[in-house]
Ligand binder design. Structure first.
Ligand code: HEC
Ligand code: HEC
Ligand code: HEC
Ligand code: HEC
Ligand code: HEC
Length: 426
């Protein structure tokens, strides 16, 4: 039977062409059998395992490092020098060793130290035998002297190698002459990136269970953007000009997405100043900041006299990054925070808890902040000066301190500033 079906499989197109219309019905039945059997034959004959999936599964499964041998990233780089150079300077290459990851991973008080972190940050790790939530032994030592699987983070092999074959969108004869290949149009899709860029909180004692809202939601946010009219087909349209795949670490990328405007006018016949600060987003396919929930933006606005002395009560220093409640509305400098916070509701611990609003910016949006300032002192040295600063934060100071950050790694960067001197003084 197998033999017959196999031979039928090989000759199917030719025979099918010659059949008369009256034969179609029984052939359709036979056809179903043949299609089913044809699908099975290669796997039955070769009796090996199924091809390794291309997509990552939110950190659940590790690679077997044996699978990628004898390839190394350096070998790929011998022929693909441009991709290698760009990747080497990317955050993907740094994903296993960058300071923020290392510190949080080694922190003993949280959910770090889990094998699953490595499945996304350094997929060619040797810990596939562990459960996703288990800790690998001797991990401190591994970070002290990082082996190549850690030092290379998310590498060529992670994205491009399965079962000894190079995954590519285009399979050409030159490509096949250089290495075995598997044609994979899936590489061009947002779903490929989302295998690592969208995931939930894992439950410690149920490794493949998730709780609460998504921890990173890049794909969901991108789909919302598309629904609202965004034209891009995938993450690649913005992030794959080259293999640096830049994002929040690069000021120029952040600046393509953000615009800051500042205006200040005296209200007619009064000593009141109206300040309007506007943040606009463009060229971005998700919320800003996207990605990791540690990221946030702060927008500080300050009013000074002509000599640069602050005119309004200053926030006591050392009070952390954020202000809330009535404190915030009366204090200067003004601080607006665009951030997603995870409380009991978001964490899925208490469904009746109060949700915390996600204040990050939507793509193609505009947000205005209006402040009214009474300059009571008649002896103020005019012209008054108003200045706004937009800061990008990788991680907040409190969290950094909690997890034992050395402190010399830059946690925030000044992105944009605007200064105006309202021209008609009182
Ligand atoms: C001996 C040189 C050589 C080595 C080593 C090599 N490649 Fe290639 N690769 C090629 C050539 C040649 C092509 C075909 C280019 C073309 O058709 O324009 C190709 C094609 C590709 C493509 C498909 C390009 C496309 O347009 O879709 C990918 C992806 C790729 N290689 C990745 C890798 C990776 C990853 C490694 C290491 C595991 C690697 N290559 C190692 C020479 C090499
Ligand atoms: C984070 C995943 C990722 C990593 C890491 C990665 N690539 Fe790619 N690579 C892709 C994707 C996605 C494409 C583009 C697919 C498409 O055309 O839409 C691509 C395309 C390519 C191509 C086709 C030509 C081009 O530049 O677009 C080559 C060659 C290639 N990669 C080689 C490499 C090599 C060599 C490395 C390591 C130095 C590497 N890639 C690392 C995901 C990755
Ligand atoms: C194997 C998991 C994995 C895959 C697949 C993956 N990424 Fe990443 N990506 C990461 C990790 C981990 C980081 C964080 C690196 C860090 O800062 O520690 C990251 C960071 C990034 C960043 C931020 C870079 C920066 O400069 O701040 C961008 C943008 C990005 N990835 C885009 C993509 C795109 C586009 C794709 C699909 C073509 C993709 N990634 C596929 C794991 C992955
Ligand atoms: C229309 C262009 C565009 C599209 C589409 C897009 N991005 Fe971005 N992405 C940006 C810009 C601009 C930034 C920098 C602003 C920011 O950090 O949010 C960015 C930042 C990022 C970051 C870093 C966030 C941070 O601050 O740490 C990640 C990760 C990322 N994108 C992943 C993705 C993924 C995954 C997709 C697809 C599901 C995607 N992006 C689609 C433009 C885009
Ligand atoms: C499903 C994949 C995945 C898993 C699992 C995962 N991460 Fe990440 N992680 C990412 C991606 C993608 C980014 C980059 C997002 C961005 O750039 O905004 C990231 C970013 C980070 C960052 C910020 C790095 C920086 O450059 O500032 C830290 C820290 C981090 N992860 C720690 C961890 C720890 C600890 C674990 C395990 C408890 C973990 N991650 C598990 C995908 C993952």
């Amino acid at each position: 039977m197998m033999d017959l079906v196999q031979r039928l499989c090989q000759s199917l197109p030719a025979r099918f062409g010659r059949v008369g219309a009256w034969l179609l019905l029984p052939l359709a039945v036979l056809g179903t059998v043949v299609v089913v059997e044809c699908g099975r034959i290669p796997s039955l004959l070769s009796a090996t395992r199924l091809p390794t999936p291309i997509h990552f599964d939110q950190g659940l499964t590790a690679f077997d490092p044996e699978d990628v041998k004898p390839w190394t990233n350096v070998k790929c780089g011998k022929c693909h020098a441009r991709e290698f150079k760009d990747w080497r300077s990317s955050q993907h290459a740094a994903a296993g060793t960058n300071e923020n990851f290392k510190v949080e991973y080694l922190y003993t008080g949280g959910d770090g130290r889990a094998q699953q972190c490595m499945n996304c940050h350094a997929p060619i790790n040797p810990y596939g035998h562990l459960l996703p939530t288990q800790e690998a032994e001797g991990i401190e030592q591994v970070f002290k002297d990082p082996p190549s699987w850690l030092a290379d983070g998310v590498d060529c092999l992670s994205c491009h190698l399965r079962d000894g074959k190079v995954l590519g969108v285009h399979v050409t004869s030159q490509g096949l002459a250089a290495h075995p290949m598997r044609k994979t149009p899936e590489l061009s899709t947002a779903a490929f990136c989302a295998g690592c860029h969208q995931f939930g909180f894992k439950t410690a004692n149920l490794p493949d269970n998730y709780h609460g809202q998504l921890q990173q939601a890049s794909l969901a946010e991108f789909l919302d953007y598309r629904k609202a009219g965004g034209a891009e087909q995938s993450c690649h349209d913005c992030h794959l000009n080259d293999h640096r795949m830049e994002g929040g670490y690069t000021d120029s990328v952040l600046k393509t997405a953000l615009e800051l405007e500042l205006g200040a006018v005296w209200q007619p016949g009064s000593r009141q100043l109206e300040i309007v600060v506007t943040l606009t987003t463009q060229n971005v396919g998700h919320r800003v900041p996207g990605g990791e929930l540690f990221r946030f933006l702060t927008l500080d606005t300050q009013v000074t006299d002509a000599r640069g002395r602050p005119l309004l009560p200053r926030t006591p220093s050392g009070s952390g990054e954020e202000l809330a409640g009535p404190e915030a509305s009366s204090r200067w400098p003004k601080r607006e925070t665009m951030r997603r916070r995870i409380g009991e509701y978001e964490h899925g611990m208490k469904s009746k808890a109060q949700p915390i609003p996600d204040t990050r910016l939507l793509p193609d949006s505009r947000r205005r902040f209006v402040y009214h300032v009474q300059i009571a002192d008649p002896d103020v040295v005019v012209p008054v000066r108003v200045r706004s600063e937009l800061w990008y934060h990788l991680l907040d100071r409190e969290k950094a301190r909690e997890i034992g950050h050395a402190g010399d790694f830059p946690l925030k960067r000044l992105l944009l500033t605007r200064t105006v001197s309202p021209d008609i003084s009182p």
